[in-house]
Design a protein around this ligand. Sequence first.
Ligand code: FAD
Length: 487
Amino acid sequence: MVIGAGPAGLTAAYELVKHQQTVRVLEQSPTTVGGISQTAQYKGFRFDIGGHRFFSKSQEVEDLWTEILSEKMMLRGRLSRIFYNGKFFAYPIKPLDTFQKLGVVYTTLCVASYCKAKVFPRQNVRSFEDWVINNFGERLYETFFKTYTEKVWGMDCRTISADWAAQRIKGLSMTSLIRNTLFPPKNQDRGAVIKTLIDQFRYPVHGPGQMWETVAEIVTQRGGEVLMGRQVVGLQWEPGQLQAVTTTGPGGDETHRGEHFVTTMPIRTLIQSLSPSAPPAVVQAATNLGYRDFITVALIVQKKELFPDNWIYIHDAQVKVGRIQNFKNWSEFMVPDPELSCLGLEYFCFEGDGLWTMSDADLIQLGTTEVARLGLVEADQVIDGTVVRVPKAYPVYDDNYRTNVQTVRDFVAEMLPNLHLAGRNGMHRYNNQDHAMMTGLLTARNIIAGYPRFDPWCVNNDAEYLEAGEAGAEGGGRLVPTRTKTP
Ligand SMILES: Cc1cc2nc3c(=O)[nH]c(=O)nc-3n(C[C@H](O)[C@H](O)[C@H](O)COP(=O)(O)OP(=O)(O)OC[C@H]3O[C@@H](n4cnc5c(N)ncnc54)[C@H](O)[C@@H]3O)c2cc1C
């Protein structure tokens, strides 16, 4: 039994049916597979939750994508720039381009504030703000670092720990920027490439959902079941095994029994759905896990060409939108009419906050007003729109998340050895599809073998399997900001 038809759950199911195992996937969505990697559809327009690049340092994952979609996987060039004050800036930042666009006066102010930071650096560097100002000056901090970081993480840069800046912006300084502009680094191999900066990636002709729609079809053709509209709301257990799960949905309530259960549903909901309840300490640990949520507002625009980027980062503080995807530039097949375009406006939020609770009509109005204010599109060129809300899009790494996840893992390992945690929210790992897939694949292999050959917790954020104890195993995934420590 597999809970969730996202990349992790469907990869596990794919591997299981490949080895003639019986498998049933339970997916809460009545219509759509792929989870966060789905391709949403609206009146013939197709759009991602965010934009999903297919790139992995794991050759096995790359091969799997080829095996599933072969020539339907296109190789795409990446263009993504920063949009600030009505201008597009190269990303990664290039000093010449930046200073040309900022103009002589602003550039002089940036240089002056950089010199000031070098002569009078902030002492006792504690926050992201302290660190960036000391390294780039206040002006560049305000222009390129502050607003976007705060939009994405919902945290004030003065409360984000300087450690994160030091790790995240590692190796980047004014000197290195200027050196890289004058002498661009050559011959970077795949392993050395920084994942967020890759300039080529693969992409299915009809978006990431095509991958997962195809896997669901293959699983079904090979005798597996993918049951839609089944939300797992209860898990019945006794010490030593998970016996069954109950689902609710348009077709009514059902009970599903199985020998092994792979879960990719969020850990918090999983533990809260156990019957009888898990011990209070385990329930508390799971309840304490946090998430950041996400809204895509898709706008249909009556214009053939808007801008050449796949996506742009919006650094202006006057608007709430964080990133804008131009889906036609990912694949022309995402838009049914070549005379039209489709933008995906990304809003980072918390479930229940002002953005989350806005009506769809108000969100579409907000998006329209914001793209017009930015000067990207005329308001009357927006002819239609739709909204997709994604709860728990990002597992939050707070100070206690590791301990909380460990408490849950220990309980599951001891009491429920036939329940296997996999995937992004299933393991509370902030990672890409390739990581989610690899954990699903290894879990399936353990089930097929009949004993735990692999430890899915030892898949690093590059989707590589490392033996327990190796540097990087249990790495916890991508770096995320943490709060400043109390002095
Ligand atoms: C904005 C954004 C951009 C991204 N960009 C990229 C990118 O460029 N490249 C990349 O590789 N990755 C990207 N990712 C990450 C990628 O989306 C995830 O890593 C991947 O989807 C995780 O797969 P998963 O199967 O673990 O989880 P999910 O995709 O979350 O799938 C879990 C599935 O379980 C179902 N489910 C949950 N609870 C229940 C329940 N109780 N009962 C039944 N079903 C349930 C859900 O409906 C869902 O279908 C991005 C993510 C975001 C948020």
